[in-house]
Ligand binder design. Structure first.
Ligand code: NAP
Length: 447
């Protein structure tokens, strides 16, 4: 009997683990379990709809899913349909690849007002994630503020500002496009609590903000370091190159005229949010100026407000506890030793190490865990029921699972329903996906 392995989560971390297991030289049977019918985690639900080239990595994951030893079980929720403890009894090894789907919370007064959204929710909404189908933000506003200086903050600002034409080859869902493209929004402020040198943007994303059709980037020269060379002098290698490029891009933005285009995106630094202003809904946000001391933002006592009708807190994701697994509340991860959590329990990706890095950063996580599993089970014969036991339990409980062929039918229907240059027209509710499988039609797409 091959070693039986269940991977919970079908995002990059889950798929890189499956791939590494297939290559590790042991005879493995690998089951990838996913809460949604659709696979690929943040590739489908996180990477921005206009970054289709990035989404192409899913083709590699598809090749892994099509290998005989690998099965896909979509629409199965661990700790609802089946507990983690039950899964561990069934499989030799269980790998947690559940990511960090929640938002790091903005905890300032007023953060619960209508019009304040965490980026996980906002990104999920514009990507047609079923959990956020009904977010329906009111974008009848002129100004938005995005808090945070990471790539997610940039994605949110760009998706708000891009023209319908600029989004025409994206898979932005219709109901989202209708709201965003009807919005009279003209100004987006991206506000970072530290300085331009500390911004976490990658340079391709930052430069893209300078090339938008209707939006001009704005940067206050007074917030730039006097000498870029000197500012990066203590850094080395890749980090130095990245920071230097970012500072050069931002310096270019100091020269752009505000009226060059109808809309503006402001890169504001050295400001930490202190309060959301307004009645039931957001009408503005109050900031305190900061200075960076020993790498940390420190308030100076100087206060200023920005009037706005929308605040997106793009201040990082947060992993949630998984029943039956330990959880480190402070770091918001499953505590682990190089991916080992407990006998037969492993963790990869953001639940292992927190919400940082790019897609390929998950590959080594999978390779390390595959090596642990190989050394733990080399030459052993599995006595656990594995896949057969898992399927029997699902049948007994009446759980309707989506196999990879089912997903490919959903995928085909989405692609067939696409209009113009769009690559697909996403189903945005689980019910619509299941109905379409039953009825063999894409009629329900994008409900
Ligand atoms: P991130 O890169 O960690 O950025 C979070 C930002 O929020 C930082 O600027 C941080 O400032 C700020 N922040 C945190 N807490 C704050 C607070 N209480 N008040 C004000 N600001 C606060 O996280 P992310 O943007 O969510 O991205 C997650 C990961 O996905 C990153 O590794 C990112 O590169 C990756 N990603 C990549 C792409 C791409 O390659 N195109 C696209 C999307 C996401 P400090 O630095 O001061 O803490």
């Amino acid at each position: 009997m091959p070693i039986s392995i269940a991977i919970i989560g079908s995002g990059p971390a889950g798929f890189y683990t499956a791939d590494a297991l297939l290559k590790c030289g042991e005879d493995c049977q690998i089951d990838i379990i996913e809460r949604l019918p659709t696979p690929y985690g943040l590739i489908r639900g996180g990477v921005a709809p206009d970054h289709q080239t990035t989404k192409r990595v899913a083709r590699k994951y598809e090749q892994t899913a099509l290998v005989d030893e690998v099965n896909y079980y979509g629409n199965v929720e661990i700790n609802k349909d089946l507990s983690l403890a039950e899964l561990r009894d069934m499989y030799d090894a269980v790998v947690l690849a559940v990511g960090a789907p929640g938002d790091r919370k903005l905890t300032i007064p007023g953060a619960d007002k209508y019009g304040v959204f965490g980026s996980a929710a906002f990104v999920g909404w514009y990507n047609g994630h079923p959990d956020f189908r009904d977010l329906d933000p009111d974008l009848d506003i002129s100004t938005a503020v995005v808090i945070g200086n990471g790539n997610v903050a940039i994605d949110c600002a760009r998706v708000l500002l891009r023209t319908p034409r600029g989004m025409s080859s994206s898979d932005l869902p219709d109901h989202v496009g209708q709201i965003i493209h009807a919005s009279p929004i003209t100004d987006v402020h991206m506000v970072g609590r530290r300085g331009p040198l500390d911004a976490k943007f990658t340079n391709v994303e930052l430069r893209e903000m300078g090339e938008l059709t209707e939006t001009v980037p704005q940067m206050d020269a007074a917030q730039m370091p006097d000498d870029i060379e000197a500012a990066v002098a203590d850094l080395e290698g890749r980090e130095r190159r990245l920071k230097e490029r970012n500072l050069n891009s931002l310096r270019d933005y100091t020269t752009r005229a505000a009226d060059e285009k109808p809309k503006r995106v402001y890169f504001d630094f050295y400001a930490q949010p202190v309060e959301i202003l307004g009645g039931d809904r957001v009408e503005g946000i109050r900031f305190e100026r900061t200075e960076v001391i020993d790498g940390r933002a420190t308030g100076t006592g100087e206060i200023f407000d920005i009037d706005c009708g929308l605040v997106i807190a793009a201040i990082g994701y947060r992993a949630e506890p998984v029943d039956g697994a330990p959880y480190d509340e402070r770091q918001a991860i499953v505590p682990n030793n190089e991916g080992r959590v407990d006998d037969g329990l492993f963790a990869v990706g953001w639940i292992k190490r927190g919400p940082t890095g790019v897609i390929s950063s998950n590959r080594p996580d999978g390779e390390i865990v595959a090596q642990h599993i190989k050394s733990d089970f080399a030459g052993a014969t599995s006595a656990k029921p594995g896949r057969a036991g898992f399927e029997a339990a699902l049948r007994e409980r009446g759980v309707r699972w989506i196999n990879f062929d089912d997903w490919k039918r959903i995928d085909d229907m989405e692609q067939a329903a696409a209009a113009g240059d769009a690559p697909r027209r996403k189903f945005v509710t689980v019910e619509d996906m299941l109905d379409a499988l039953d009825n063999g039609t894409a009629e329900a797409a994008n409900g």
